[in-house]
Design a protein. Structure first.
Length: 349
């Protein structure tokens, strides 16, 4: 009984030490904390067993069996105790690591940099905030250095299609955010030029090249906050806002030119895709439900935009049963809304 109590106290002690290290040694990795805490006790048990065996010394005459038995007790007992401590300590450390939140390190106060601050004074407030957030020491002290730093942000984020490619290929998710980030960097460069004068010729040419590769997104289909298609720097993006309770958020996935052709030519399939995707992604925002994925979206696009009519009808019947809705009602509403927008002469309807 006492042995069980000792092992329990040992487990509690391990968990407490792990929590203290995570709290007061934030620079240590969790793996380092784990092994630092659980290895000493099993190692000590093995050392104690080895010392016990060494202390027995050579067997005396007539005590060979007794000495051998004692050695076996030390060796086996030491191994068993070491394994028990390792197992209990590892489990306790794992629990402590899972339950202990990772502390947020306090940021070091930035060193005064009057030259950098002076560079930012004539710039718009949003540009100042973005530059302070994204640039790291050593900070630039001249306009030319600042322009080189911004150009470095563009280069480090990736190079436009045709000059290295975007990671993941033409249909990789995240393209809209990538292009928006590049356009923010281009806008910062233009703001610095407007405040401090023309840049070096090589930088001006490079930024003009980026500007050509990353034009502003152009709306091809859809109006306002409804699901829409945008041409984003040479790629097509199907984007749509999703309202769930009090939250509204946006989701976008890349689509291909044949998908866009169907959306532009077939009002019914366009409305079906709008209703189906809105339903699926609205439910994906609920905690515990599967998250929206590119693979799932592509499968939906294949069925809705390119499947035979009878297969599409069967798909909608199954979809209605699964989600407990009447998609035909929402499809008619979407088609009516699109037709009304077209009559009003909207460019992207």
């Amino acid at each position: 009984m006492i042995g069980y109590l000792v092992l329990l106290l040992y487990s509690v002690a391990v968990g407490g030490v792990v929590a203290l290290l995570l709290r007061y040694r934030p620079a240590w990795s969790r793996r380092r904390v784990f092994w630092t805490v659980i290895l000493p006790a099993p190692s000590a048990a093995m050392v104690a067993a080895a010392v016990g065996v060494a202390m027995l010394g050579p067997a005396k005459a007539g005590e060979i069996d007794a000495t051998g038995m004692a050695m076996a007790v030390y060796l086996v007992g030491g191994k068993v105790l070491a394994c028990a401590l390792l197992a209990l300590g590892g489990f306790a450390a794992w629990i402590a690591i899972r339950l202990t939140p990772t502390p947020v390190p306090r940021p070091e106060p930035a060193a005064p940099n009057p030259a950098f601050d002076a560079l930012l004074v004539p710039l718009p407030d949003d540009v100042q905030v973005e530059l302070r957030r994204r640039l790291t020491p050593p900070l630039p002290t001249s306009a030319t250095q600042l322009l080189h730093e911004i150009h470095g942000l563009l280069v480090s984020a990736g190079i436009a299609e045709g000059r290295g490619g975007y990671p993941g290929g033409l249909t990789a998710p995240g393209w809209s955010a990538y292009v928006a980030d590049q356009r923010r960097s281009i806008a910062m460069f233009r703001a610095v030029v407007a405040a401090w004068g023309d840049p070096p010729a090589d930088l001006a040419e490079a930024i003009d090249d980026y500007d050509r590769h990353f034009p502003p997104p152009a709306r091809l289909l859809g109006d306002g906050w409804e699901p829409h298609v945008e041409a984003v720097a040479g790629r097509h993006i199907y984007a749509f806002p999703v309202a769930s309770g009090h939250a509204t958020f946006g989701i976008d996935f890349p689509i291909r030119q044949p998908d866009v052709d169907v959306l532009l030519s077939d009002p019914y399939r366009r409305a079906v895709l709008e209703v189906v995707t809105h339903t699926v992604f609205q439910q994906s925002s609920v905690a515990g439900n599967p998250a929206a994925t590119q693979t799932g979206f592509e499968a939906t696009v294949g069925k809705v935009l390119h499947g035979p009519e009878d297969a599409l009808a069967a798909y909608l019947l199954a979809f209605d049963r699964e989600h407990h809705i009447r998609t035909d009602v929402f499809i008619r509403q979407a088609m009516a809304r699109h037709a009304t927008a077209a009559k009003k002469g909207d460019v992207a309807c």
